[in-house]
Design a protein around this ligand. Structure first.
Ligand SMILES: Nc1ncnc2c1ncn2[C@@H]1O[C@H](COP(=O)(O)OP(=O)(O)OP(=O)(O)O)[C@@H](O)[C@H]1O
Ligand SMILES: O=C(O)C1=C[C@@H](O)[C@@H](O)[C@H](O)C1
Ligand SMILES: [Mg+2]
Length: 173
């Protein structure tokens, strides 16, 4: 089984992904970390040196490598992954995308602590501007995230809740 965690920066993809991988005894991968390992530089450095278009190409390519390599995996994707290069189609065709839906207010609190390490949020210099940026980003991305057959919201995104969702989905689908 391939389980793909998708959602906004700070939604909890890495945290929940690790816990789900342990519960299912599957390997865990984080797509951002896979890109960093191959490129031997940080995401911020890649954005700064090469720009977003290059990053999105690498992201799409590394996603396909990870999928081809691992028939069983819990994969935390990058926040923008489902929105570029038909990646959402690939996720739907090869596994179970799970959308972690977290209210903007909660996301704000979480990303404020580490906005500097996120290239797309780094230039945003006030809490107000950060909120606006997050709202705009979510509005643009919702159409992609919403294609996930599995979804959990905020504090309901526990390992047990996801296990139940997945079980129901696989039994009925
Ligand atoms: N269910 C939760 N409740 C409260 N805080 C959480 C929860 N899940 C994650 N967090 C916290 O929110 C922050 C972001 O979590 P995490 O790194 O897992 O998100 P992410 O979706 O992987 O983000 P990124 O976009 O950086 O990859 C972390 O500080 C984490 O401790
Ligand atoms: O939301 C985004 O577009 C991004 C999120 C991160 O996971 C990284 O993939 C990168 O910083 C871009
Ligand atoms: Mg993460």
């Amino acid at each position: 089984m391939r389980l793909y965690l998708i959602g906004m920066p700070g939604a909890g993809k890495t945290t929940l992904g690790r816990a789900l991988a342990a519960a299912y005894e599957l390997p865990f991968r984080d797509l951002d970390e896979e890109i960093v390992a191959r490129e031997q530089r940080s995401i911020a450095d890649i954005f700064a040196a090469e720009g977003e278009a290059y990053f999105r190409q690498r992201e799409a390519a590394v996603l396909r490598e990870v999928v081809a390599e691992l028939p069983g995996v819990v994969l935390a994707t990058g926040g923008g992954t489902p929105c570029f290069h038909a990646n959402m189609d690939l996720l739907l065709q090869t596994g179970y995308p799970l959308y972690l839906e977290v209210p903007i207010e909660e996301l704000l609190q979480r990303v404020q602590r580490a906005a500097g390490s996120r290239p797309l949020l780094a230039q945003v210099d006030s809490p107000q501007a950060l909120e606006t940026r997050l709202r705009e980003t979510l509005a643009a991305r919702e159409q992609f995230y919403s294609r996930a057959p599995l979804r959990c919201s905020g504090s309901a995104c526990t390992v047990a809740a996801v296990q139940q969702l997945l079980h129901q989905y696989r039994v009925s689908g």
